[in-house]
Design a protein. Sequence first.
Length: 162
Amino acid sequence: MNTAMTKYSSRQGRQDGVVLLVVLMLLLLTTIVGYQVMETSSLEARMAVARQGKEVSFHAAESIIDQSKNDQNLLVNAFVAGLSNSAWPDSTAFTFVDDADLAGRVEVRYIDEVATLGNDLVIGNPGLRSLHFEIRAQSGRVDDRFNSQHIQGIKRLAPKLL
């Protein structure tokens, strides 16, 4: 009976060591999986911030173009600069009321007079001409790397000068 007890107690000691080793391996595996989950969620958070920054600067540049299309002073200044063969007049700064860190610039360039088939040929030259402008808008945050630049061409009818 004494020998049976000795065999049983020596087996139990070896099994305790194996259990400890298995538990340590599981703990290591759990730590590695937890670290990978944290890395993935951190990467997803950075991607979400980047996407939001790009969307904000995109919409800001579009807003600048929309405002500039209807700004007669910008168009007249670009037309005068284009007649004197200046490539791009000085840019105009834009700020946004809702977001003080967001800013942008716009440049408007007069390209050329475009033939207006509908007005010149069909109606019989009512005294209007079609002017082609190019608007370049840039926007972004002051300390941000998410900037947008948009270029759009527009046409405006203007009276013909004799």
